[in-house]
Design a protein around this ligand. Structure first.
Ligand SMILES: Cc1ncc(COP(=O)(O)O)c(C=O)c1O
Length: 337
């Protein structure tokens, strides 16, 4: 299949990850996370987030979100999220099904929540008649490709804690966000006061696997049990752990995210050569949200497939990956012209 702008999870796994899988495919290793690869990977996460961080591996991002939030919620709780949140739009009600708790989805123009958007949902809560808010979840980079600044995350964490709530970050594209702000994981997550993070591996070049990082270890107390109940305890855990080691050790995550982000900037620049195309969101990470007349969009999709985002507005999403290249974008533009 041709490369496309459909999604960063349409891309193959990066060579460093594949090499690591092949190397780990040797001999016996203890199952269920008692192996040396998992121990090393956990240490690598501690280097990124601080020695208090407790990390657990799961198969996919949906599980990372649902299990992290379920671990800290009761059925009478509510989790506050943006209306665009993956957990709200793209996880098939999994959180509600598994936890029994409620998602309170809040409208946003750019995918980012602000304390002022959230405040009314807390201030006017009528428990026991309404679900009791327990967690705010934000997505970094957001589902609209936008990025929370470090100050914005800190403001949300302070707001959450002031109101006795926790802050969770869906970081399916956390590497793209860290690269976009030219910062590091500790400054963005640990030092801002985030409580829990779903750390994306797949979109950053892994074959499969995501991590749940608890920045406050006491919150992780029952996670292992929920992970097993949630059918996400991988028995050959070494094959997830070794992929994370490969991504983290030589900052392969940074190289991969940087390529994806830079290619989104380049694609945006080239698309500006077509006057009928306008952008509906700022291009801040590895995706482009654009308004494209339908007849043109269809031609473009035939050259390089990408998904509609909101068909009623002729809005489309084009995603770049760790392996998107300038040459491919030039060839795409050449075909269009
Ligand atoms: C923002 C966000 N969160 C989480 C996920 C996790 O998805 P999956 O369960 O497919 O790994 C995705 C995947 O598209 C995503 O875009």
């Amino acid at each position: 299949m041709n490369k496309s702008f459909a999604s960063d999870n349409w891309a193959a796994a990066c060579p460093e990850v594949m090499e690591a899988i092949v190397k780990a495919n040797n001999n016996y290793a203890a199952a269920y996370g008692d192996d040396d690869y998992t121990k090393v990977a956990n240490q690598e996460f501690k280097k990124l987030f601080g020695s208090q961080a407790e990390t657990f591996f799961v198969y996919n991002g949906t599980a990372a979100n649902i299990l992290a939030l379920n671990t800290v919620s009761s059925s009478f709780n509510a989790v506050i999220c943006s209306e665009h949140a993956h957990i709200n739009m793209d996880e098939c009600g999994g959180f509600e099904n598994i936890s029994g708790a409620k998602l309170l989805d809040i409208p946003t123009d750019n995918g980012k929540l602000k304390p002022t958007d959230i405040f009314p949902y807390i201030e006017f809560n009528r428990a026991p008649h309404q679900s009791v808010p327990k967690v705010i979840t934000i997505t970094q980079a957001s589902e609209l490709g936008t990025i929370y600044t470090i100050d914005e995350i800190k403001e949300l964490a302070d707001f959450a804690h002031k109101h006795n709530l926790l802050l969770h970050v869906d970081g399916a594209r956390i590497a793209n966000a860290v690269v976009a702000l030219n910062t590091d994981f500790k400054s963005m997550i640990t030092n801002t006061g985030v409580d829990m993070l779903s750390f994306g591996g797949t979109k950053n070049g892994m074959m499969f696997g995501e991590a749940v990082v608890f920045l406050k270890p006491e919150l992780a107390k029952h996670f292992e049990l929920y992970r097993k109940q949630g059918m996400q305890l991988h028995s050959k855990m070494r094959f997830i752990a070794t992929q994370f080691i490969a991504l983290l050790k030589n900052e392969v995550w940074r190289k991969n995210a940087q390529q994806a982000n830079e290619m989104a900037q380049y694609l945006a620049l080239r698309l500006q050569e077509i006057p009928e195309i306008t952008f509906s969101q700022k291009v801040e990470s590895n995706g482009i949200w654009a308004i494209i007349p339908k007849r043109l969009a269809v031609k473009m999709q035939n050259a390089h497939f990408f998904y509609p985002w909101n068909e009623s507005k002729n809005e489309y999403r084009l995603m770049c990956s760790w392996d998107t290249s300038k040459e491919e974008i030039d060839a795409f533009m050449h075909t269009l012209k």
